[in-house]
Design a protein around this ligand. Structure first.
Ligand code: 5CA
Length: 443
């Protein structure tokens, strides 16, 4: 992408409405624009990141054996009346009437719709296990939408729903999602700590929240410091028995302030850390709550109709964009982990219009693209200072700076955003770094 042809409306000033770093930086980097309270448009840079996060979530769901579908955003009220949640959900539900005066709603979650799919098509225990997921916009009319995409009213969620014949096999489904979540968040450079949670209006008796650490997080959390150096995912294989794996993770102390009880916490005070955190995922097992209410049964091995055992598994995809920034930024801007960065490498031309600089930048840009890297070429006429500020603000992990001083000696500067390290090298060496796909290093 050539910056001169891009749409990157960066802001010089800190927007007054933004109280936390991620909201401020997302607005300043031209990633989002508020359309009304808690509702945002995603501009090109923001959408690139959102799409990359979504893709990691998708890949790990697929690996764990879940199947992607796409349910509609607008749902019929009847299904919610059947499950008994139409009244319970209260003011958070955005209720709509269609032209025939039918009650509709903008989906805040999809248990009812997916249970309807299951009861229509699943006939026998032989059709199980099944896990269906989708990545779709949700709407919850939150009382206090705040912190930008962190607590929006419209937000992108991955929600998966598992169907099993009994509690034991439902537990396998739960464990697979538990492991998939650890892998998903680790790929984004995040330490997400699973903590036992209440099931709330969703119901059920087995639930974990996955919480990442950030000073601006809404929940207080207490946890064993082991979590900070646990190599969380390593080589867990889905074909292994996952119960011992899950047990080994859940045996390391981690509780939200609602559940933490200092008198019932058996780890040494020096090992106990207290921080704040952001919930980025939440998994539930709720047994037959919906299948009972909505008559979703299959024929069991004994030939009798048997209610489906279900779980649901959510990830806040759009919240993660803010969450990752909270976990990874400095005073100059965002520091994207390479796995979710909007661009892999930025080539910055500090002397646009100069023939040698232009052709070197073009060559680096074109060859990088040919090697499959997402390249951003800053070919704008901004001042060198403004260029360096913008590129740090938007957090591109690798920067190749072509400037007048280096050009004389056939050198470019390669800067690593995360460590701040800068190294001078020949354009050929820089190109080699770009081409070693995914494995650029200047050590
Ligand atoms: N049906 C279940 C799981 S599929 C469910 O809705 N779970 S949830 O309510 O916990 O939401 C799942 C995830 O969506 C949360 O962990 C959080 O990361 C994200 N989320 C929830 N509400 C919001 C919101 N208002 N803004 C942004 N993300 C949200």
């Amino acid at each position: 992408m050539r910056l001169s042809q891009y749409f990157l409306p960066v802001l010089k000033e800190n927007p007054k409405e933004a109280q936390i770093a991620s909201h401020r930086l997302m607005l300043r980097a031209g990633m989002i624009q508020q359309s009304s309270a808690g509702i945002y448009s995603w501009l090109p840079l923001g959408l690139r990141v959102l799409n990359r996060i979504e893709q990691i979530v998708r890949e790990e769901q697929d690996r764990a054996g879940a199947l992607e579908i796409k349910m509609a955003t607008i749902q019929a009220a009847e299904l919610w009346q059947e499950s008994g949640r139409y009244d319970d959900y209260g003011l958070e539900m955005l209720r709509i009437k269609d032209r025939h005066d039918r009650d509709m709603l903008y989906g805040p979650t999809n248990e009812e719709v997916v249970t309807d799919i299951a009861r229509t098509h699943l006939r026998s225990y032989k059709n199980l296990p099944l896990n269906l997921y989708h990545i779709q916009w949700k709407f919850r009319d939150e009382v206090r939408p705040r912190f930008g995409v962190m607590r929006g009213r419209e937000f992108l969620m991955k929600d998966a729903y598992s169907f099993d014949i009994d509690k034991e096999s439902a537990r396998h489904a739960y464990n697979r999602m538990f492991v998939a979540y650890l892998k998903t968040f680790a790929r984004m450079g995040l330490t997400a700590i699973p903590m036992v949670a209440d099931t709330g209006p969703i119901g059920g008796d087995m639930s974990h929240e996955f919480i990442i650490l950030a000073d601006t997080g809404e929940s207080g959390v207490f946890f064993d410091k082991k979590w900070l150096d646990t190599d969380m995912v390593t080589d867990i294989d889905y074909s292994d028995d996952l119960q011992p794996v899950v047990d080994s993770f859940t045996s390391i102390y981690a509780k939200t302030d609602e559940k933490h009880d200092p008198d019932n916490c058996d780890i040494a005070p020096s090992d106990l850390l207290e921080r704040r955190g952001i919930e980025v995922g939440h998994i539930f097992y709720f047994g037959t709550k919906y299948s009972e209410a909505m008559s979703a049964t299959v024929q069991g091995a004994d030939g009798k109709p048997t209610e489906l055992h279900m779980g649901s598994y959510g990830i806040g995809v759009s919240r993660l964009v803010g969450g990752i920034i909270e976990a990874s930024h400095d005073e100059d801007g965002i520091i994207w982990p390479e796995s979710v960065a909007p661009f892999d490498v930025a080539v910055i031309n500090l002397k646009p219009g100069d023939e040698a600089a232009d052709s070197l930048c073009e060559a680096l840009y074109e060859k990088g693209m040919a090697a499959g890297r997402d390249m951003l070429l800053d070919d704008s006429n901004d001042s060198p200072g403004a260029k360096m500020k913008t590129i740090s603000l938007i957090g591109v992990p690798w920067q190749i700076i072509v400037g007048p001083r280096g050009l004389k000696n056939d050198l470019v500067e390669v800067k690593h955003r995360a460590s701040g390290k800068t190294v001078e090298m020949s354009p050929d060496a820089a190109l080699q770094l770009i081409e070693t796909s995914g494995a650029i290093s200047i050590d």
